[in-house]
Design a protein around this ligand. Structure first.
Ligand code: AGP
Length: 615
């Protein structure tokens, strides 16, 4: 996710854009840039780092006058965070300039074609390709900027919210949207463009939110003209009068970043498999795996190192890799692994999982494994992070910034990446039949919608939370693929509500923990239909017979567990290997509501930090 801001009107654009970018930093903050048209020339300043760095650099290096400008704060997806890859990007002629939030999936083929026709590129970004495609279309077709943008966008695949202007026509900005948000603020003889209303809410509360596949030509002093990108049909603006305040807007209208990020999971999972999962072609395309397939195929074993929630994602991966790809896997706490002088050979592949890409223990484990000869692969959410740079290869989750300290969308997008890797290896090894492989691709493609369905239980879960908000302990039980989900659910509860919670394999209860069961002990049990169901049902009965209070996560339509448990939360049916992507949702919501009812700081729990960069 990136943040885009634009302005055209009677005020100085610079302060509006800089302040607007600061308000959008929650959307991405690894680099930033601004371009201003001061009436004569374009003034461009961009830098790795935060908006404050951009402000300092701009005020030292460019003229900050001008009534027209674009600004961007980046969350890198293509090209590491540095000055050159920051937006805005010029076209080769220097006449056109663009800012972009999204991913152009087919940018490589377009780039190759443009290079053949004489275009050159400074950056590694998909965005610079797009602005040069627009320039080429504009020149070749002899059309205005708006038409050139429209024709060019009909050649791209992916997601975008873009703003473009031509220095030769500084009274106009062209914007377009597909898959990424774009709002237009309508003022008195001035227009604002932004990823959400936070940059312009203090100037106007009249806004138009573009729909997917819509574009607009914004001319100062004129009504905005909306078009459908595909067929140029006129679209009529639905001008809203916003009643939101600033804080609500940054949180997307949610009360907390954690809740917003829980609800972002359908989009985050989709963005993570976008361009990689090609179910209709029966393909999974992941450059980091494709270029190192032999190492994975010849690996004696895969060692997974991580911490916290990422470690739980690694445990899910252990089940998936061994079950589907038949590759031995060991999952290690990075903090233990790095100090115990493990036996590592150059036939080992190590996968490091980290949302922040900065966790000190995980980074140290990677360095040690490399020194001992292992091939190291990273699964990170922050492009260009220390772990992403330290590993030999990797695959990013495209979850967007995760602001809430408690990891939620990081967990489900990590599992999405690891599942795609396991399926690729299973196909390459022939350990999965073609038909099963295709079934998994189709099922994984449908997961975002099923996550959307699972989120519908939020109100019911809030009701359940009321009965348990004063608990002092809680047990989480799961079997098979859902044992790691039980651990993750327990971590979520303890880290934001400060209730002591433990996760256990459901069958382990009779080896001691069942002594804990009484009417004061809530027990969350994951009892989905595909996954040792009968065994879990008998575990539930054992707990019930000892007066335990049971919250069960079941497959929708379940009638058996409903008769035994005190509370039942339903999730859609899916295959067992993919079930963690759904069963974790109610556990995230349960911990969120209980913590809120206990007056805890959900986004910044006590004693915790978002990234543990110390040992
Ligand atoms: C989980 O909710 C916590 N935020 C914490 O356990 C986290 O998962 C752990 O510190 C690892 O962080 P990383 O994924 O950024 O490496």
């Amino acid at each position: 996710m990136c943040g885009i801001v634009g302005y055209i009107g009677h005020r100085d654009a610079y302060p509006i854009i800089i302040k607007g970018l600061q308000r959008l930093e929650y959307r991405g903050y690894d680099s930033a840039g601004i371009v201003l048209f001061d009436g004569e020339s374009m003034q461009l300043s961009k830098t790795k780092g935060k908006v404050e760095d951009l402000k300092n650099k701009s005020e030292a290096t460019i003229s900050t006058s001008g009534k027209l400008g674009l600004g961007h704060t980046r969350w890198a997806t293509h090209g590491v965070p540095n000055d050159v890859n920051s937006h805005p990007h010029y076209s080769n002629s220097g006449d056109l300039v663009i800012i972009h939030n999204g991913i152009i999936e087919n940018y490589e083929s377009i780039k190759k074609a443009l290079i053949k026709r004489g275009y050159s590129f400074e950056s590694d970004t998909d965005t610079e390709v797009l602005i040069n495609l627009i320039e080429e279309v504009k020149k070749k077709e002899g059309v205005k900027l708006g038409k050139a943008v429209q024709l060019a966008l009909n050649q791209v695949v992916g997601a975008y919210a873009i703003a473009v202007f031509d220095k030769n026509k500084p009274d106009e900005i062209v914007v377009a949207k597909l898959g990424s948000p774009l709002a237009i603020g309508i003022g008195e003889n001035e227009y604002f463009i932004a990823s959400d209303a936070s940059p312009f809410i203090e100037f106007t509360n009249n806004a138009v939110y573009l729909e997917d596949k819509e574009m607009a030509i914004i001319r100062i002093g004129k009504e905005i003209k909306l078009r459908k990108i595909e067929d140029d049909a006129i679209a009529y603006p639905n001008i809203l009068e916003l009643q939101l305040n600033l804080e609500e807007i940054e949180k997307g209208g949610y009360d907390h970043f954690m809740l917003k990020e829980i609800y972002e999971q359908p989009r985050a999972i989709l963005d993570t498999y976008r361009g990689r999962l090609l179910a209709d072609q029966g393909l999974i395309r992941m450059a980091g795996i494709d270029q190192n397939l032999e190492k994975f195929m010849n690996a004696n074993r895969i060692i997974i190192v991580a911490c916290g929630t990422s470690w739980h994602a690694g445990l899910v991966a252990e089940y998936i890799f061994e079950d589907l790809a038949r590759i031995p896997v060991e999952v290690e706490y990075a903090s233990e692994f790095r100090y115990r002088n493990p036996v590592i050979t150059d036939n080992d592949v190590l996968i490091a999982i980290s949302q922040s890409g900065e966790t000190a223990d995980t980074l140290a484990a990677i360095k040690m494994a490399k020194e001992k000869g292992a091939f190291v692969f990273g699964v990170c959410n922050v492009v260009g992070s220390s772990i992403a740079r330290e590993t030999h290869a990797g695959a990013y989750t495209h979850a967007g910034p995760e602001i809430g300290v408690a990891s939620t969308k990081a967990f489900t997008t990590q599992i999405t990446v690891l599942t795609m890797i396991a399926l690729k290896l299973a196909k390459a090894k022939g350990s999965l039949s073609e038909s099963k492989f295709h079934e998994f691709l189709t099922e994984l493609e449908g997961i975002p919608e099923k996550v959307e369905n699972a989120l519908q239980t939020n109100e019911a879960i809030r009701e359940v939370a009321l009965s348990y908000k004063d608990s002092t302990n809680c047990l989480y039980l799961g079997r098979g693929y859902n044992f790691p989900v039980a651990l993750e659910g327990a971590l979520k509860l303890k880290e934001i509500s400060y209730i002591h919670a433990e996760g256990y394999p459901a069958a382990e209860m009779k080896h001691g923990p069942i002594a804990l069961i009484d009417e004061e002990m809530p027990v969350v049990v994951i009892a989905t239909r595909k996954g040792h169901y009968e065994k879990v049902v008998s575990n539930v009965q054992e707990i019930k017979s000892r007066s335990g209070r049971i919250i069960a996560v079941v497959t929708e339509g379940d009638t058996t567990v409903k008769k035994i448990a005190d509370h039942v939360i339903e999730v859609p049916e899916t295959s067992e290997p993919l079930s963690p992507l759904l069963t974790t949702i109610p556990l995230q919501l349960l911990s969120y509501h209980i913590a809120l009812m206990r007056g805890c700081n959900v986004d910044q729990p006590r004693n915790l930090a978002k990234s543990v960069t110390v040992e």
